[in-house]
Design a binder for this molecule. Structure first.
Ligand SMILES: [Zn+2]
Length: 124
């Protein structure tokens, strides 16, 4: 039996769900990533099949493209929550400066404040 045929199980007898070798998946079945590239998501459909490669060590699940749903853009509320989190995470709690990047969590404040506390406050 050739390596290529090893995981070919279109009926799912051996693996429980239809299983194809990498590159041999029938058209109309896509991985989540392939669907995302087309602006689709699998939605609530079950896994239709799987592909195996690297001697069965790698598996990718396939979904039916005809059952896939268009990916919805994030709602205004989701966007608002995201930007709120962004502002909270990029604003220094010590000096209140808003940065274009996240405040390092390990410091809990911006580098300017961190350096100030480091150099100031001589214990003696
Ligand atoms: Zn600061």
């Amino acid at each position: 039996m050739s390596y290529l045929a090893k995981y070919d199980d279109p009926t799912g007898d051996r693996f429980g769900i239809p299983t194809f070798n990498y590159r041999f998946a029938p058209s109309g079945l896509c991985t989540r990533r392939q669907l995302a590239a087309k602006g689709l998501t699998p939605g609530r459909q079950p896994i239709a099949a799987q592909i195996l490669w690297r001697r069965g060590k790698r598996v990718a699940y396939l979904f039916r493209e005809d059952l896939a749903r268009p990916k919805r853009p994030p709602t205004d509320a989701q966007l608002a929550a995201l930007s709120k989190a962004w502002v909270a995470n990029s604003t220094c709690p010590t000096c209140g400066t808003e940065y274009g990047h996240y405040i390092p969590r390990s410091l809990g404040e911006c580098l300017n404040c961190h350096e100030r506390t480091d150099t100031e406050g001589d214990p003696l």
